[in-house]
Design a protein. Structure first.
Length: 241
C-alpha cells in the first residue's frame, strides 16, 4: 500500500512548490520523466484537497491536466488528446519548474542577507539638502495652447484602465465522474472508455481518466486493452463495497 505524501499547506505556496517538494522527496531531477513518476503522489494530494481547504485549488487541477496527459501518453499512447503541442507543454512545465527553483534559491539568498544585516549596526542614510521649490512656467504662446493643455490633463486624469480578468474554471469533478462510472458499471458491467466522453474536451478526458485510475487503484474496476484503439472498463472485485 502506497503511503500518502505528508505535506501541509504551510510548506508550499502553489502547485509548482508542491512538485518541487515531491521531486526532492524522491531525489529526482526536474525532467518530464521525473514528473510522470510523481504524478500519482501529486494526485493523491489533490484527492485530500477538499478536506484541508486547499487555496487556489483550480490552479492545482489545471497543472494536473498537464501531468495526467503526460502520464497517459507515456503509459497508453493510444489514448490521444486533441493537442498537437503536448511535447511543448511538457517542455514548458519543466522550464517553469527550473525557473521557479532558481527564484526560490535567489529568494533564500536575499533572506539570508537580510538576516545577516539585522545582526550588524547600521546608520541612517544622509539626507540630501532641502531645495526651495521653484515654479517653472512652460512656454505657452496663446490662450488656446493653455486651454488645450488643460483639457488634455482633465481627460488623462479621468481615464480608467481596466485589467482583464482571467478565470480558470474546472468544469468537471472527479467525484461526480466516479459516481457516473459506478452507475454505468452497475448497469452494463463493462463499457468502452470512449463512451464516457461526450464533448471530446481535454478536461473531460483527463477528469474521467483520473476517476478511472483511482477506481482501478481501489479495485472497483479493471482496465483492459483488447484493441489498439480502445480501452475496456470492467467491473472489479470490490465494486459496490
Amino acid at each position: 500500500m502506497n503511503k500518502q505524501p505528508e505535506i501541509t499547506t504551510d510548506n508550499f505556496a502553489g502547485p509548482l512548490e508542491l512538485l518541487l517538494k515531491l521531486l526532492k522527496k524522491e531525489r529526482l531531477m526536474i525532467t518530464d520523466v521525473s514528473l510522470v513518476a510523481i504524478t500519482d503522489q501529486y494526485l493523491s494530494y489533490l484527492k485530500r484537497a477538499s478536506e484541508i481547504n486547499l487555496p487556489l485549488v483550480g490552479e492545482y487541477y489545471i497543472l494536473a491536466t498537464t501531468l495526467m496527459t503526460m502520464k497517459s501518453q507515456a503509459l497508453l499512447p493510444i489514448l490521444e488528446v486533441d493537442d498537437d503541442d503536448q511535447e511543448d507543454d511538457a517542455s514548458i512545465l519543466v522550464a517553469r519548474l527550473k525557473e521557479y527553483e532558481r527564484y526560490r534559491q535567489v529568494t533564500s539568498q536575499f533572506k539570508q542577507l537580510e538576516q545577516n544585516g539585522q545582526e550588524h549596526y547600521t546608520i541612517a542614510p544622509l539626507m540630501p539638502p532641502k531645495l526651495k521649490p521653484q515654479l517653472i512656467i512652460p512656454a505657452i504662446t496663446s490662450k488656446q495652447d493653455l486651454k488645450t493643455s488643460y483639457v488634455y490633463l482633465l481627460n488623462k486624469n479621468n481615464q480608467t484602465h481596466k485589467v482583464p480578468k482571467i478565470r480558470n474554471t474546472w468544469r468537471y469533478s472527479i467525484d461526480t465522474q466516479t459516481g457516473l462510472i459506478r452507475k454505468k458499471l452497475l448497469t452494463a458491467g463493462s463499457f468502452l472508455f470512449h463512451s464516457l466522453i461526450a464533448d471530446n474536451d481535454r478536461q473531460e478526458i483527463v477528469t474521467n481518466f483520473l476517476a478511472v485510475l483511482n477506481m482501478a487503484k481501489d479495485g472497483e474496476l479493471l482496465i483492459n486493452q483488447q484493441t489498439q484503439d480502445e480501452l475496456i472498463i470492467k467491473r472489479g472485485g470490490s465494486h459496490g463495497n
